[in-house]
Structures are given as structure tokens and as C-alpha cells.
Design a binder for this molecule. Sequence first.
Ligand code: ADP
Ligand code: MG
Length: 671
Amino acid sequence: MRLQDDLACLKGLGPKSAEKFHKLEIRTVEDLLCYYPFRYDDFKSRQVADLMDGEKAVVLGTVVTPATVQYYGFKRNRLSFKIKQAEAVVNVHFFNQPYWQDKIALGQEVAIFGKWDSKKASLTGIKVLAQLADDLQPVYHLTKGLSQASLVKAIKTVIDSGYLQLLEENLPRYLLEKYRLVDRQSAVLAMHFPTDLAAYQQALRRLKFEEFFYFQLQLQSLKASNQKETAGTPIVYDEQKLAERLSALPFALTQAQRRSLTEILTDMASGRHMNRLLQGDVGSGKTVIASLAMYASHTAGYQSALMVPTEILADQHYRSLKELFPDLTVVLLTSGMKTADKRAALTGIADGSVNMIVGTHALIQEAVSYHRLGLVITDEQHRFGVKQRRLFREKGENPDVLMMTATPIPRTLAITAFGEMDVSIIDQLPAGRKPIITRWVKHEQLEKVLDWLNQEVAKSAQIYIISPLIEESEALDLKNAEALYQDLQEFFGTRARVALMHGRMKSEEKDQVMQAFKAHEIDILVSTTVIEVGVNVPNASIMVIMDADRFGLSQLHQLRGRVGRGSKQSYAILVANPKTDSGKERMRIMCETTDGFVLAEADLKMRGSGEIFGTRQSGIPEFKVADMVEDYPILEEARKVASQILAQADWQASPDYQMLGQYLKQEQAFD
Ligand code: ADP
Ligand code: MG
């Protein structure tokens, strides 16, 4: 029995179901053990007086009438009884679940999870809960064909078969003692089956520390090995040519853009190795600066590469670079490309006839060999891990590195998160931009919104409509988007050309839709959040976000940044009936400001106020349980400890650190 055992070897789990787990990146028993819930439903009971119509909740009460089952039609039935909660009498109905009758006895206290109907003062039961105590129910991300129940069952099987005992402690004992962290096995167990809130919180604290600690170890050992080779090649660019390009731009750079460009060029020209973060709100004009840096690199006789997280973005940047530099050879490299095109691109990259390369992860794959790679730029770099960044650097002759991000990160956090990186900030939007007008409307007002959209389409406006985000499953996301798309098609009929885009589409299909939208062959684009990052359609001036309260502030801000890119007055319409105070607050803040830094700060404050079970919002690198912003104190502690350990010359020899040394070696072997 090993933790690396394939899932398919588990009892009751054949290759067919194992395949479904693979879709969630769960292959081994260990993967499954470390696949944590993303949220816990708090089954704390509620007072019916506080419930909103249609809300799902647990209601605790005493049974005051016997339960009766009424049969009607074929196999249909209704189980009914009354419970009393304080002074309120509640009618409870279960449809087609007669088996709950056994659990209902007169005078007994019961906990029922159901949907509240305030008009009828009745509860439509979903289930009778076994426990009356507060109950945390884990909720996992799923994929098609895999239910919460079967996932939980698989985890139970793994634990019952004794695999948990194989999980070795991977933190030195003295750290566990110093920070009073629970051991690894208990932590993993409590993530899946928390006995109570306190146990869960302890587990979480330990796992967050572990995650940050290993992240910091990796980052800092990487930094140490980089420092040995900080001497970069001076990129002697042609100032004259660059100045010509600058004056050929259809606009003048903002002061903040000029400052950032100078900082970047100075780094590049120096013999020092550039490692810089370019931070600026959506639409602040980072891409232009990056393009100019790429051009400078070309004039010095070096290739440059731009890596982005999605194929749509790669294509967009590719087109805009070609447009900006028609005299240069720019190629696109993505894994979705046709083999022949890819081969041609690879040949050109290797023999140096290609000047600039734009692509996705394909850029760091084995087969790519660069000619003289002088500059590497990553867009929305928080989507790339430390390892990937290193791989990229190792491709060239220690190229200069520029990372761009639209996520406003406080400077202190950036330093801890990214190590010793220089930061340039574009804190100014190009002149003449009209601020986006944001309005929050309730679902009841949707029809008015649609009528208004109809008028705007007639005036040749283009519109994004973002379908609600369902964290549990991509399949549900899709279903929602499709339903919305159909409704809208029905509403607009021939008055507007409506199209749909979602994450399940092939990248070429997405590209086609996006290009058609850019070319104004589509008026209304219904989409899931796949358009979130970077997509640029200047004529699109309206964005409607359905169930906007499901999104975090940073994500709403990123989404909203897709409009307001042209000269037209732009609008963002948030459609939401938030159930929580924080949801309402988020809607209000979005209407008040369009400043990314103000929003980031508000986000920080709101989440600091103990929203333990909320959804996670856009972070920097992807962590399983930890959150760079929310858990900053833990991150800072982990950073200190990691640097103390690495500062000891012979740390790898110490028995305390055996696991750590092994881990770092393993990571390097994987590269
Ligand atoms: P970001 O990458 O920061 O989101 P972009 O570089 O895509 O922003 O710029 C957004 C839009 O603004 C683009 O259409 C770009 O051509 C334009 N733009 C960039 N800089 C300026 C400027 N200084 N003045 C006017 N328009 C600009
Ligand atoms: Mg951009």
C-alpha cells in the first residue's frame, strides 16, 4: 500500500470512475486525501422568523403532529407534519421521500434542512439531519458525473483502508511545537470530516502554514540559485529607432507609462539582471509598454517572448504586436495550434528568423529552443507558478524578466510574495477615458434593463452579459450560460445578434466568437468568466453581470475592466439580490469607485472581518487553502522561518530537515 497508488485500485472504484477523478487532477490516493473542500455549509439551525422567502436553511423544532404520507398519482406522494419552533408552527412537507417518516415521532426534536416559503409558513424538506448539533458539511468542487456523495465516499474508503497513516509529517517537529500546529494526519482528517469548527480552524491553520512554508522554501532557494548568476547581458537597444516608434503611436504615453518604460529600459541596458513587476489597473496601458520593451530588445539583436494564460489572450497580443510592428516577424505558439504551423514557428524561433514570440504554456515546453532570448514577459503572472517562471528563464541565456499584473498588490505583499523583485506601477489612466458608470439592480428590474439594452443595440452598442458563477461545477456554469443565452435569444429575436462563449469550447471556437465580436458581427456576447482577463474590444461599452454578488470585488473589477476601453460612455450593470450584508456592501462599493487599489483595500478589510466560509477571490499564486492577502501574517512568518533555515550552510544534513531537502530535490527533478 502506497500513497502513490492509483485510485482505480480502491475498492468500489473502477477505471471508469477513476477517470472522472482524473478530470479534477486526482490520480493517486494522496491526491484524493489532499483534495480539500472549498467551502463548508454551516448547518447551524435558524429561526424561521429570520428566513427570507425561498432561502434554504436548517430549522430545528419539536414535532407536534404525527407524520402522514399521502399518495397521489403514480409513485408520487407527500409526507406532511408540523413542528413548533418557539411560538411558530411550521408546516413541513417532503415530496416523494416517504422514508423520512421513520425519523419523525411526536414530541421529538428534529432538524430539517429545507426551503422556506414565507407566504405559506411552510418548509419544503430536503433532508432530515442526523445530528442536531451544529454541523459543518464539506462541499467539494465537482466534475460531470461525480457527486458530492461519491467523492466523500471515496475519501472515506481511503481513510478506512489505512492510507491516512502513511501520510508522513512534513514539517520539522520544533516548528509544530513553536507554532502549536496540529500534526499532518489530524489536519487532513479534520479538513474532510471536521468534528467542530475549532478542529477545522486548527487544521486550516496548519495546512496554510505548510503551504506557505514550502512555497517560501522553493522561492528562496530559487532566489539563492539565481543570485549566483545575476549578471545579465546588457541589452544595447537603439534609442533612435525606439523614439521613432514612440512618436508613431496614435497617442502620447501617460507620465506613469513613461516612468515605467524608463525603469524597464534602464534595467535592460544595465549589466544587471532584470526581475521586475509591472503593475497597473486594467486599461492603464501595460501592454503598450511591454510591446515597446520587446521592440527595444529586438533592436539590440535579441528575441523576446510574451507568455499569457489563455489562447484568446495569446491571439490578441499576437495580432496587436503584428499590427504595431508590421516589419518584424512575430509568431504565435500555443498547444492548440496545427502541427505544421507549430513546426514552422519552432524552426523560425530556433534559427533566429523570428523576432517576437507570443504564446501560452507552450513557450516553456521541451521542444522550444530559442535563438537569443533576451527578454521574457509574462502577462497576469499570478497564474504562473514559481517553477514555471524558472523554466522559462532557463530556456534562454538568463533573459531579463518582466511580469505584468492587473491585480493591485500592496508593495509589501509583493515583496514577500515574489521575493526580491523591483516594482513599477502605472497608477494613471490614459486621458480622456470616461469613468465607467456602474449601477446595481435587482432581478425584478431585469426587464427594464433588457429594454434599455435593446435601445442601446439599436444605437450600435456592443454588450457583454456575464452568466453567474457556480463554484461547485463547471458543468453547472455551462448550463446556466446556455439557459441565459436561450432566454436572451428569445427576448431579442431578430433585433440583436446574440452569441455564447464558455470554458468548455475549443480554443479555436472561442477565438472565432471573440473575433466575430471584435468585428461587430455580434451585438451581445453571453459568456462565463472566460473573458475575464485582458480581452480588448473597444466598441463594447456595456457589461451586465448576472448574480454579481457571487463574485468577489477583485473579480468584478477585472470583469468590469473589459468595458470602458473606447471613447464611448461605458456602463456596468450588476444584477443581484444579495442575501448577505457583505454581498450588499460589495455591490455598493462597486458602484462607488472604479479605482482598483481602493477596491483591493476594501476587499482586504471586508475579508479580514472573519468571513471564514466565503469563496476565495483572485489571489496571487494558486494555493489550495492559503490566501496571500487574508493570511498575510502566516505568510510573513513562513518567510522568516524559511530564510532562517536556508541561511544555515549545512541545513540539508540535519535530520530535522530531511523531508524538506527531499522535497526540494524532487521538485528540481520534475523540472
Ligand atoms: P492594460 O494592458 O493595462 O489593460 P492596454 O495596454 O491593453 O491596457 O491598453 C488599453 C487600451 O488603451 C488599448 O486600446 C491601448 O491602445 C490604449 N492606450 C494605452 N496607452 C494609452 C495612452 N497613453 N493614451 C491613450 N490610449 C492608450
Ligand atoms: Mg493587458
